[in-house]
Structure formats: C-alpha cells, structure tokens
Design a protein around this ligand. Sequence first.
Ligand code: HEM
Length: 531
Amino acid sequence: MADEKQEQRRAHFADDPAAGPLTTDQGVTVDHTDDSLQAGERGPTLMEDFHFREKLTRFDHERIPERVVHARGAGAYGYFQPYESCAEFTRAAFLQDPGVQTPVFVRFSTVQGPRGSADTVRDVRGFATKFYTSEGNYDLVGNNMPVFFIQDGIKFPDFVHAVKMEPHNEIPTGASAHDTLWDFVSLQPETLHMMMWLMSDRAIPRSYRMMQGFGVHTFRFVTAAGKGTFVKFHWKPKLGVHSLVWDEAQETMGRDPDYNRRDLWDMIEAGEYPEYELGVQLVPEEDEHSFDFDLLDATKIIPEELVPVRPIGRMVLNRNPDNFFAETEQVAFHTANVVPGIDFTNDPLLQARNFSYLDTQLIRLGGPNFPQLPVNRPLAAVRNNQRDGYHQSRIHQGTSYSPNSLGGGCPALAGADESAFRHLTERVDGQKIRKRSPSFTDHYTQAALFWHSMADWEQQHIIDAFRFELGKVNAKQVRERTIGELAHIDHSLAVKVAEGIGVPAPESTGTPRPTPSPALSFENLKGDGSI
Ligand code: HEM
C-alpha cells in the first residue's frame, strides 16, 4: 500500500519538458521565446503576441498567499506502520494491522516567520502529518511542544497579531524578541507554560529528524462498539531529541538559513530516513475528572508519571517531494480531517481549529476544490454531491443531489453500515456561558513543574534566553510585568532574569500569587461551571 500514493501522484505529473519543443498552454508549438513581436525594429510591442502575453501573465500570477502562520516549512513522504492492533481502543483502520503500511505526508514548519525567513530561529515547530488511510485522510496537526500559548481559539488572532511582525515596520522577522509579544504574555499568564518551553532549547531543534511532535489536545479514540478513550498523541524521534545552542543557532541563521530543511532533504536523498515512534497516553472516560487540571486545557500536559506513553507504531520518511509548490506549499492540513475511530473533545482551542483551517485554506488555495490537488487527494474513493467551484478539475456526471429517484446523486449510507464515521455519542447540556472549569486559571503549577524538571545547564539556557529576548523589550512596564509573572513560577528564575535586564528584582513572589486550582473534584461542579 505504501506506493499507492506515489502511483496516484504520477497521474498528475506534468509532461516531460525534454520530450519535445516549447508550447503555449494551449499546446501550440512556439519557435521563439526571447524576443517579443514588435512593429518594426524599433517599434512598440504588439498585443497580438499571445505567447508573450501568456508568458508574462502566468509569471505575474505565480504567487499565492503564504500561510497566515507556519508559512515556512519543509515536507516529505513516507509511511506509518502500527506495532500491533489497537482495536481495543480504536477502530481506525490504519491502526489495526501491523502488516499494513499507510502512506503519509509530513510538513515541518516554523510558526512566526514568513516563507523566506531563516530556519534556526527561536520558535515553535509545526509537525503536521497527513495519513492517507483506506478510510480517508487523517491529519494529526501537531507541534514540537506538548502545550499551547492559549486555552481558547477565540484569542488566536490577538495572540498571532502580537507574535507576528509589528504592523508599522514589519520587524522583527523570524525572531520572538519584541514588545508586542511580551506585552501579550505578561497580560495573559496562560501563555507562561508554553513560554517556558519556548525559552528552552526545545525551541531551537538541531534537526527535524531530532524533534518530538505532539497532538497537544486531548482527542478521543473510539472502538467499533462506540466506546471512547481520551488520547494524547506523541511522536518520538528515533535519533533522540537534540537542539542547537543559541550562539550556534544565530550563526547558522547567517551561514545557512535553510539549515533544517536542507538537512531533511539531504538525509532523505542519502537514504538516512528520519524515523519517529508514535505513542499515546490513554485515559479511560471514567477517569476524565481525576486530575487537578482539565483534560480540555491545552496549556497542560498529562505528566507521564501519571499516564505513561504507550508506543503504537512507527513512521519513516523516505521520499522527498518532486515539487515544493505543488506539494509542500499546497498541502492542506486540518484538525477536523478525522477518520472513523478518532474523534474530538470539547477543548475550546481544538474546536476553534476545527473551524479555522478549512476557512483559511479556502482563501489560501483559491476556493473549495483544493482537496483535489494531488498532495491532498485521499487514496480512499471520493463520491459526493459537491460540484462546481473555482478550479474544479473533475468531470462529474449526472445529477448531484439526494434523495434522488432519477438516477445519479450519491446517497448517504444506510444507518446500519459499520464503515461510516459516527461522532461519539456524548451527552451534552449546560448553560450558555463564557467560562471554563476553575483549573483553567492555574497558569503556574505546570510552568513550575517544567522549570524544576530542568538540569542546571538547561535552566541556565532558559535564563539566558529570557534575558536575550526580554532584554530587547523597550517598554519598561512590560519587562517589569513579565518579571512579576516569572516570580509566580519561581522566584530565583525571576531574580536571575531581572538582574540581566536591568529590572528591579521582585522581593518575593511578586504580586500575590493567584490561588492555584484546588485539586478539583468535578462532582462539585455546579451547572454554571462554578464550584
Ligand atoms: C497552521 C499547529 C493552534 C490556525 C498550522 C500548522 C501547524 C499548526 C502544524 C501548519 C500546517 C502546515 O504545515 O500546513 C497548531 C497547533 C495548535 C494550533 C499544534 C495548538 C495546539 C491554532 C489555532 C488556530 C490555528 C488555535 C486558530 C484558531 C492555523 C492556521 C494555519 C495553521 C490558520 C494555516 C493553515 C494553512 O494555511 O494551511 N497550525 N496550530 N492554529 N494554524 Fe495552527
């Protein structure tokens, strides 16, 4: 099965340019492409030179919008193979048979910088995988850090506006050191856990081959019998996790801005195929409320001491794309691309993502037919009543509606069919409120857990990173407020960073630390979400 995607792609390969002379888009042979047609030796260029007009028009339209985030990336094809059947937890077909390889396409990316920025910036890295399964495409759209900056996707535009280049001068590109980011961070302490990861060496991976990946959210596995289990996804690189050090990263930015993507390409060409193990943390539905954080909060990890990671399969990347634009640029990942056996939770960040990706791709890829592009096309058959739209490349025959007594049209499966996707049956009721469970307000416990899990030298790198980044912030109140927030995580961290950036050290834990969430027993939750 692993080569099926390759075969499908071949059908889309453009004609071999060496097979004959140059033609226009209409297939008319061209005898001259260097001089435009003009009226006399020194006369004006003539509009009737259709080859000249077509050549320039096509060039003028080569660019499409870059991704609003994760604009710079590198991709590769490969396969995924489970170690054993996961039928006990999920009916997903690609997780059943250790003899079956499922083709994948993976795109690694930086988040903040534009397409032309450097690879080795301090940033989160995207790790997005498209599984071309026999039951349709499944996208695991993750990052190389297990938590996220915000808890609710409604804040995403604010967060990204603060992170991206500043609107008046488009500075900085590719680095995270500027006032707006730190202003946002210091005013939204839910960002702090992720900021600790961002200031750590995890944010400057040595190679995409040496980087972990995380689905971040709690998702759900669903069995054939309809039983759900909460699941967190982890990718672990076979080569181990390795980072650059900051001075090296900065030097590399100048010497080779393509450092990470060149490494990925060269190693695949050399047959040194990147390999990752997929692991899962599984939480039975009954244990949903047994933690002192909420499984729906994407700023929290499930500590591995509480729920170990269980390896379930491996992924090998063994083929470079043939064309960057057609494949790496036009690939469209979407958290809502799930297959039977995988489902969502009510994580408000995930729910927002489930809206946002398709929405942005409709503009980025010019309309609704981008799933027909070779890199996005499922291997599973596509039959439905969608039609028309920009860039329609299929010729649909007959009518396209259902129910339909005149022939044509595609009916939905009858209820009894087992192969269809079914959303997990879940009871949902509640009042319409804009409020989460109380543990969503504990922004410090896990940030402190991360800090205390670091070796001395790792802590020093984090202190240095804070000094480097925060030290460049012009607004004094932003620097001071951030130090105040760091004091809630660890007083000595705050003091050491403050010393390096000319801010008075906080006396103790700064402003009174907000009450950490009580070890929540969700049975105590009242209907309005309070306890
Ligand atoms: C793109 C990961 C949160 C909106 C991406 C990509 C990754 C990613 C890996 C690049 C996909 C590619 O290579 O093409 C994540 C993770 C998140 C997160 C792990 C949090 C856990 C969000 C949120 C939103 C969002 C909350 C919006 C509500 C987008 C958009 C793109 C994107 C609009 C560009 C997609 C495209 O143009 O194809 N994200 N993201 N992301 N993300 Fe997220």
